[in-house]
Design a protein around this ligand. Structure first.
Ligand code: MG
Length: 257
């Protein structure tokens, strides 16, 4: 369910989200270590799920609105919400890996996109810009700013590099529910939207496309794909708003995002 208001978290609740975020980040690191040509999406899904379960957590995505897997894997022109399957990773693929973990009633959520083997410089640049756009957004998270300041930080960085940002999907508030208010878009106007308040917790997730920002939905009802079938990149962290800098709740040593 989606909570219809922005829930402000206490310091203790933020710490619980951080515990979930750390587990999600560790699971993502394990999955990334297993990325190589020939591995299947199902194998990566099992690695992620077993890592989380072995440490007392639950994969947030499993069964969420009927989602059939524990992690999302999105290849090349797939933007987000791809379902892990028998497809093997192959050299030249871009793969987005999105992991959510629930621990003690709270969720953490993060994602990375990486190349399988070598990819052309243009795609390396797409990955770099998408990652940078996430950190530009995180830099804009502070009391006194509005959500539009965060959104436009992504948009400006991606568009200045000649790429586009997906408009039909957004980041989200996060806490006791995987998806809470507010929506966290990747485009917008500075000085607009809800004011950021200490205790808000947000999953910020730029989706940056090489070509058009337009997307389509596959027949599986989950997989979001670029309309022009050009590649897309996706990075995500869960953060808490504080009086000063954003606190990244999915950051770990040797993290992959
Ligand atoms: Mg998310």
């Amino acid at each position: 369910m989606r909570v219809a208001m922005i829930v402000i978290k206490t310091a203790a609740e933020i710490e619980r989200i951080r515990q979930a975020g750390i587990l999600a980040a560790e699971a993502l690191r394990e999955v990334v270590r297993a990325v190589h040509p020939g591995v299947t999406g199902l194998e990566l899904d099992r690695i992620g799920e077993e890592y989380i379960r072995a440490r007392g957590g639950t994969a947030s995505f499993k069964g969420y609105r009927g989602f059939p897997a524990s992690i999302c894997l999105s290849f090349n022109d797939e933007v987000v919400h791809g379902i892990p399957g028998r497809r093997k990773l192959k050299p030249g693929d871009l793969v987005s890996i999105d992991v959510g973990a629930e621990v003690d009633g709270f969720h953490g959520d993060l994602a990375v996109t990486l190349p399988v083997g070598e990819v052309p410089p243009q795609l390396e640049r797409l990955l770099a810009v998408a990652r940078e756009s996430l950190y530009r957004a995180i830099d804009a998270v502070r009391v006194g700013n509005r959500l539009g300041d965060v959104a436009v930080a992504v948009q400006r960085h991606a568009e200045a590099a000649g790429f586009s940002v997906v408009r039909d999907f957004a980041g989200h508030g996060i806490g006791r529910h995987l998806h809470e208010e507010p929506q966290v878009p990747n485009f917008g106007e500075p000085g607009t939207g809800p004011a950021l308040r200490a205790g808000m917790t947000l999953a910020i997730e730029p989706m940056v496309n090489l070509g058009t920002y337009e997307v389509t939905m596959d027949d599986d009802g989950w997989t979001v794909r670029t309309k022009d079938r050009k590649p897309s990149a996706h990075f995500e962290h869960t953060v808490a708003v504080t009086e000063n800098r954003a606190l990244v709740l999915t950051a770990i040593p040797d993290g992959v995002v």
